[in-house]
Design a protein. Structure first.
Length: 182
C-alpha cells in the first residue's frame, strides 16, 4: 500500500511501483527513438545503394548501344564487340566517404569507348571488364561497383554480367549483390 502525500493539496500518491511504470515508459520511448534512428540509417544506406544500381544500369545501357552499333576492331573495321576493359575508378573503394575520381581516370580506353564518366564524388568504385575483341555471342562483360558505406571494412559488391547475341543484342546473364548495405 502506498502512502498519501499530505504535504501538498493535490493528494498525490507516491509508490515505488509507480516509479517502475515511469521507467518502463521511458524505456519504451527510448526504444522507439532507437528504432527511428535505425530506420533512418537503413534508409540512407538504401539511398546510397541506388547509386550503385544506377551506375551499373547506365554502363550496361552504354555497352549495349556500342555493341549494337559496332565498335572499331583491332584492324579498324566495325565489329559487334563490347568496349575494351576499363580500370577500377576510383582505384580503391570508398570507405564511409564519397570520393571524386581524377578527371583523367575516366579517359581510360574502356570508359571513353563507353562514353561513361561520373563528374561528381561517388560512394562506389566502378570497374568494367570485357573479353574484347571477342564478337557476337562470344563477347561478354562484367561491371562491378564496390564500396564500404559505413566504413567497417566490409565491402558491398554489385556485379552485373552480360553477353552479346548473334543479332547484336545484349543478354543479361547474372546480377549479384553481396552485402548490399555495408
Amino acid at each position: 500500500m502506498c502512502a498519501l502525500d499530505k504535504s501538498t493539496s493535490t493528494n498525490a500518491t507516491w509508490c515505488p511501483s509507480s516509479l517502475h511504470l515511469h521507467f518502463a515508459a521511458l524505456g519504451i520511448v527510448a526504444c522507439a527513438f532507437a528504432m527511428l534512428g535505425y530506420g533512418a540509417t537503413r534508409k540512407r544506406k538504401m539511398y546510397a545503394a541506388t547509386e550503385a544500381y544506377r551506375s551499373l544500369s547506365a554502363i550496361e545501357t552504354l555497352a549495349s548501344q556500342r555493341f549494337g552499333e559496332g565498335i572499331p576492331g583491332p584492324d579498324g573495321a566495325r565489329i559487334h564487340a563490347f568496349c575494351p576493359s576499363a580500370p577500377r575508378t576510383p582505384a580503391t573503394a570508398p570507405r564511409a566517404e564519397m570520393l571524386l575520381a581524377p578527371a583523367d581516370a575516366w579517359r581510360a580506353e574502356g570508359w571513353s569507348c563507353l562514353g561513361f564518366t561520373l563528374p561528381a564524388p561517388q560512394r562506389y568504385s566502378l570497374s568494367y571488364t570485357s573479353n574484347y575483341p571477342a564478337t557476337g555471342s562470344a563477347a561478354s562483360f562484367t561491371i562491378e561497383a564496390n564500396g564500404d558505406l559505413d566504413g567497417d571494412g566490409v565491402t558491398s559488391t554489385f556485379r552485373l554480367t552480360a553477353q552479346g547475341t548473334k543479332s547484336g543484342d545484349l543478354e543479361r546473364i547474372r546480377h549479384e549483390v553481396t552485402n548490399e548495405y555495408e
